[in-house]
Design a protein around this ligand. Structure first.
Ligand code: GCB
Length: 608
């Protein structure tokens, strides 16, 4: 690429990533016009539709002869040289990963162009239209009617563009270049233990709003004693209306605040019923500004720490957790793309006796968060700062920060999220710690009402003394770590010998432990991959962890077997990480029942 284009793209990256957003586009209960369904696709491993033969991006050339695929052209005259044709190309379903839709895309990592044609929605009274993507993995370049709207980096968070003035009445051409190539400087980086599903993996919709509308809001329950609720509303456009009304009908609340760029509110709700796993009470909230009413459902609760305890609504709670990937591989599926799949995963967790879920290792879809909230699951929400990120690279930092921002802004009103997690199993060194401390400061600046943590690692002082020693533990609210004693670290008997030193007066959480077993493979408990081995490891681990002072919860690895290219062992793994308590088809392994039993015992710890 010549240096001019290099420079321009660098500036663009900085521009997009350095926006210090404090608000998002709130869409969940808005009547969107879905653009889901079949999209025409062109597979483009050489990015022929993006670069010319000098490797210059077409969309920065302003070249009338440009044949970038985003132009969505077709030969019209006999002499036209156009070497692509969306109309005649195959289709892929959106939302969905490409890997599991056709065997030829199973291992594909690269670029696929998606194209959807649609007619503009009926617009009245100067309404505005936004184009919303729930998530695209990993980089999306978005074009409407051959004009670039922008791009987005990061595979698990939403983004949007206003397209009011760019729409044609009919036959709009929406083209998205989706690129899921892994890269050293990316977040996540080259190396992970999950499938790099590519594609437009979450909903695409048009959101039609009045000229002036409520873009977003934040709300927080300040304290059980005062029952004070505060928040901010982010209106967009000037409706001429001087007041914004906030209504929570069930609580008899109807408050008016002056409309300003950011309108702050504060009131007391005397009769409030708090959200908890045992009683996941949600209220309908309506915020009205001129012609616009934004509707949402919200729960109220407090979460804090006191010494080595986690307090929910001021009472100690034990987190009976499980880790989950956003994957549903039953009958060959991949990324979760339908509501019933989300529900099925959560039902298995409920049956297990969980009140907490670690959403690994990236932000999950919004249905997952909201359904978990309705079902009474507290959540750990994480960004894909995983293993060995490029710690010294400022662009990598800005990328991680942006993903964290988008995650927090999307979900900051959800009562069930109690922990934001910054990272998973990262090596303790200076550049990593600096990186994560910067991220922690940013998380707290966006939301200081939740706990901060990260899945750290244990080390040994001697053969039998495991310690947690990590400068990150000093700034975290919860000292969380992954421990694989009995699988990567000796055999299950080792659990009987290990003692623990965790020198922080903070709650302790075990974010992972586990062993792999192939469902239906039986044998001696000493034989790896058998259900008996996994069962034995769970039994020994439960005994060991009960001796850890300040243990306030666990999220064993993992609910259900999941795809990973790191797991090729034929006949056993066949591309699946087998540490699930259920097989990828939903069959329960023996260890499932050990954990279920343990959680029955821990029930008495729960809040009354
Ligand atoms: C870990 C990682 C998780 C892996 C798991 C394993 O520590 O956090 O992403 O899948 O171990 O199975 O090795």
């Amino acid at each position: 690429m010549n240096s001019r284009y290099c420079y321009i793209s660098f500036l663009l990256v900085l521009l997009v990533l350095s926006i210090n957003a404090t608000e998002s586009l709130h869409t969940y209960y808005r009547n969107g016009i879905s653009l889901n369904g079949n999209w025409n696709v062109i597979v483009d491993p050489y990015e022929n539709g993006y670069y010319n033969y000098r490797y210059e991006p077409f969309d920065q050339l302003n070249d009338p002869w440009s044949v970038g695929y985003y132009g969505d052209k077709k030969s019209e005259a006999p002499g036209d040289l156009i070497e692509y044709n969306f109309d005649a190309s195959a289709t892929l379903y959106v939302p969905g990963d490409w890997n599991t839709q056709d065997p030829k895309y199973y291992y594909y990592e690269g670029t696929i162009w998606y194209r959807k044609k649609f007619d503009a929605p009926q617009i009245e009274n100067e309404q505005r239209v936004f184009l919303y993507f729930g998530a695209v993995n990993y980089k999306a370049d978005v074009y409407l009617n051959a004009q670039k709207l922008g791009f987005h980096i990061g595979g698990f968070t939403p983004f949007y563009f206003e397209i009011t003035n760019l729409l044609k009445k009919t036959e709009n051409s929406l083209v998205v270049k989706v690129d899921n190539k892994r890269a050293k400087e990316a977040v996540p980086t080259l190396n992970t233990d999950w499938w790099n599903y590519g594609g437009i993996t979450r909903d695409v919709k048009l959101i039609v709003v009045p000229k002036s509308f409520i873009r977003d809001y934040s709300i927080r329950f300040e304290s059980i004693n005062t029952k004070k609720i505060t928040g901010k509303i982010y209106p967009d456009g000037n409706s001429g209306e001087k007041k914004i009304t906030i209504c929570i009908p069930e609580l008899g609340i109807r408050e008016k605040v002056n409309s300003a760029n950011v309108s702050e509110f504060s009131f007391h709700a005397k009769e409030i019923v708090l959200w908890s796993p045992e009683h996941p009470k949600l209220y309908r909230i309506e915020i009205t500004y001129g012609e616009d009413t934004l509707i949402d459902s919200i729960g109220f609760r407090t979460v804090s720490v006191k010494g080595k305890q986690i307090l929910l609504n001021q009472k100690p709670v034990f987190l009976r957790g499980i880790s989950i990937h956003e994957e549903y591989a039953v009958e060959g599926g991949g990324r979760v793309n339908e509501f019933w799949k989300t529900e099925q995963l959560l039902n298995w967790a409920k049956e297990l006796g969980c009140n907490f879920i670690r959403l690994a290792h990236y932000p999950h879809n919004e249905d997952m968060i909201r359904q978990a909230e309705k079902m009474g699951f507290m959540l750990w929400s994480e960004i894909p700062v995983y293993w060995t990120i490029d710690w010294c690279n400022e662009e990598t930092f800005q990328n991680a920060k942006n993903q964290l921002t988008e995650n927090i802004l999307r979900d900051r009103n959800r009562a069930n999220i109690i922990i934001w997690s910054l990272a998973n199993e990262t090596p303790v060194n200076e550049s990593r710690t600096k990186f994560l401390i910067r991220l922690a400061k940013h998380a707290r600046s966006l939301d200081n009402t939740r706990l901060l943590s990260a899945a750290m690692e244990k080390h040994y002082k001697n053969d039998s003394l495991a310690v947690i020693e990590d400068p990150l533990a000093v700034i975290a609210d919860v000292v969380a770590f992954n421990e694989y004693i009995g699988w990567y670290d000796g055999l299950p008997d080792k659990c009987e010998k290990v003692n623990w030193e965790i020198p922080y007066n903070k709650p302790v959480f075990i974010s992972e432990f586990g062993a792999a077993a192939k469902y239906g493979y039986h044998g001696d408990s000493g034989l790896r991959w058998t259900e008996e081995f996994q069962e034995n490891l769970y039994k020994k681990t439960m005994k060991m962890i009960d001796t850890i002072e300040g243990l306030c919860g666990i999220s064993p690895w993992i609910l259900i077997d999941f795809r990973s290219p790191r797991r090729p062992l034929p006949g056993i793994q066949d591309d699946f990480n087998r540490k699930g308590l259920l097989s990828e088809k939903g069959e329960k392994k023996k260890a499932y029942f050990v954990l279920q039993e343990y959680y029955k015992r821990k029930q008495s710890f729960s809040i009354k």
